[in-house]
Design a protein around this ligand. Structure first.
Ligand code: NAD
Ligand code: UDP
Ligand code: UDP
Length: 343
C-alpha cells in the first residue's frame, strides 16, 4: 500500500505503521467519507484547493457523481465506492467522517441501515484511525438535542430525545457515534473532533430530498405551492454550506475535541422561511399546509459561543445572501431535468 511501511511501526507514537508526513511529503492525505454528498463534496473542493490528497469513500446512497465529477482526472483525488459498514484498509493522516443520510426522508427510508451506518460505520472509521494514528472528525448533528427543552442549545445540554421514535435511527445513531468517538479517544488515545451541525443548505443538495429549504426552493422554481408542515411556527436556523465547511476545517486543525455547535444562529419559522424564498424566487409563490411528521422538534437554534471563542469561527453568510447562491444551481438542474423529459 502506498505510504505504508511496517518498519516505522511503533517508532512514532502518532503513526503506527504510517510513514510520517515530514518524511514522505508535506501534503496531507485525507479521507472524506460521504464525500460525494452535499456537504462532503464542498469539503473535498476546499481540501483539494488547499493542496491536499483526498480519498472519497461513498456508497452513493444519497451522494451523486455529479457533485465530484469535476475532480475526476485530478491526480490528488481518488474515489472509492465502498460502504462504511464494511471494514477498509487505508493509510491517511486525517479522516472526516460524514457518511450517513442526513435528510429525514432519506434516513427514515431504511432505518436499520441508517443505524448500522452510524454505529458500525463510525466504529470502522475509528478502528481505522486507531490503527494508522489518523485524526478523526465526526459530523454529528443538532438532532442529538432532540426536541430541546433548552433554547438556544449549548453543547453542555444533554438533549431530549425519543429513543423509540421514527427519528431515533438518526439521532440515537449519532449519539452512539459520539459515544464511540469519545471512548476511542479515552481508551485508545485516538485524536478526535466532534462537530454538531445545524441545518445547512446550498448548491448540490438533492432536489427532492424532502428537507425544507430544498423543498421550498424546488417548489417555488417549479411554480408549485410550498408545503408548510404543521402550523409553520416551528423554527430552524439555516447555515450556508461554505460557512460549515470553514468550521469543519477549523475544528479539524484546532487542538480542541469539542463537541462544537456549527450553525448560523439566525432563527426562522417555516412561514418566515417561505417568505424569504418567495422574495428571492417568485413574488407570486404560494404556500399550502400539510400535516407535520412525528417527533418534529419545535425549535432549534445554536449557541455558538464556544466555536467563536475557541475556533475563532462564526458564519458569515445570512439566509438572504445564501439563498440566491443555491437558487442558481437549483434552476439549472431543474431546467436540465425538464429538458431531459422533453418538456
Ligand atoms: P448527504 O446525504 O448529501 O451526504 C451523505 C453522503 O454519505 C452521501 O454521499 C451518501 O451516499 C453517503 N453515505 C450514506 N451512507 C453511506 C454508507 N453506509 N457508506 C458510505 N457512504 C454512505 O448529506 P449531507 O447533508 O451532506 O450530510 C453529511 C453529514 O453531515 C452527515 O453525516 C449528516 O448527518 C451531517 N449533518 C448534515 C446536516 C445538514 O443540514 N446538511 C445537519 C446535521 C448533520
Ligand atoms: N477497522 C477497519 N480498518 C482498519 C482497522 C480497523 O475497518 O484499518 C475496523 C475493524 O474491522 C473493526 C473496527 O474497525 O470492525 C474496530 O476496530 P478495532 O481495532 O478498534 O476493534 P476490533 O477489531 O478489535 O474489534
Ligand atoms: N418542513 C416543512 N415543509 C417541507 C419540509 C419540511 O414545513 O416541505 C418542516 C419540518 O416539519 C421541520 C422543518 O421544516 O419542522 C425542517 O425540516 P427538515 O426536514 O429540513 O430538517 P430537520 O431539521 O427536521 O432535520
Amino acid at each position: 500500500v502506498v505510504g505504508y511501511d511496517q518498519s516505522f511501526k511503533g517508532k512514532y507514537p502518532n503513526g503506527v505503521g504510517r510513514v510520517p508526513v515530514g518524511i514522505r511529503n508535506k501534503r496531507k492525505r485525507i479521507v472524506v467519507t460521504g464525500g460525494a454528498g452535499f456537504v462532503g463534496s464542498h469539503l473535498v473542493d476546499k481540501l483539494i484547493a488547499r493542496g491536499d490528497d483526498v480519498i472519497v469513500i461513498d456508497n452513493f446512497f444519497t451522494g451523486r457523481k455529479e457533485n465530484i465529477v469535476h475532480l475526476f482526472g485530478n491526480p490528488r483525488f481518488e474515489l472509492i465506492r465502498h460502504d462504511v459498514v464494511e471494514p477498509i484498509l487505508l493509510e491517511v493522516d486525517q479522516i472526516y467522517h460524514l457518511a450517513c443520510p442526513a435528510s429525514p426522508v432519506h434516513y427514515k427510508y431504511n432505518p436499520v441501515k441508517t443505524i448500522k451506518t452510524n454505529v458500525m460505520g463510525t466504529l470502522n472509521m475509528l478502528g481505522l484511525a486507531k490503527r494508522i494514528g489518523a485524526r478523526f472528525l465526526l459530523t454529528s448533528t443538532s438532532e442529538v438535542y432532540g426536541d430541546p427543552l433548552e433554547h438556544p442549545q449549548k453543547e453542555t445540554y444533554w438533549g431530549h430525545v425519543n429513543p423509540i421514535g421514527v427519528r431515533s435511527c438518526y439521532d440515537e445513531g449519532k449519539r452512539t457515534a459520539e459515544t464511540l468517538t469519545m471512548d476511542y479517544h479515552r481508551g485508545d488515545g485516538v485524536e478526535v473532533r466532534i462537530a454538531r451541525i445545524f441545518n445547512t443548505y446550498g448548491p448540490r443538495m438533492c432536489l427532492d430530498d424532502g428537507r425544507v429549504v430544498s423543498n421550498f426552493v424546488s417548489q417555488a422554481i417549479r411554480k408549485q405551492p410550498m408545503t408548510v408542515y404543521g402550523d409553520g411556527k416551528q423554527t430552524r436556523s439555516f447555515q450556508y454550506v461554505s460557512d460549515l465547511v470553514d468550521g469543519l476545517v477549523a475544528l479539524m486543525e484546532s487542538e480542541h475535541i469539542g463537541p462544537f455547535n456549527l450553525g448560523n444562529p439566525g432563527e426562522f419559522t417555516m412561514l418566515e422561511l417561505a417568505e424569504v424564498v418567495k422574495e428571492t424566487i417568485d413574488s407570486s409563490a404560494t404556500i399550502e399546509f400539510k400535516e407535520n411528521t412525528a417527533d418534529d422538534p419545535h425549535k432549534r437554534k445554536p449557541d455558538i459561543t464556544k466555536a467563536k471563542d475557541l475556533l475563532n469561527w462564526e458564519p458569515k453568510i445570512s439566509l438572504r445572501e445564501g439563498l440566491p447562491l443555491m437558487v442558481n444551481d437549483f434552476r439549472n438542474r431543474i431546467l436540465n431535468e425538464d429538458e431531459g423529459k422533453g418538456n
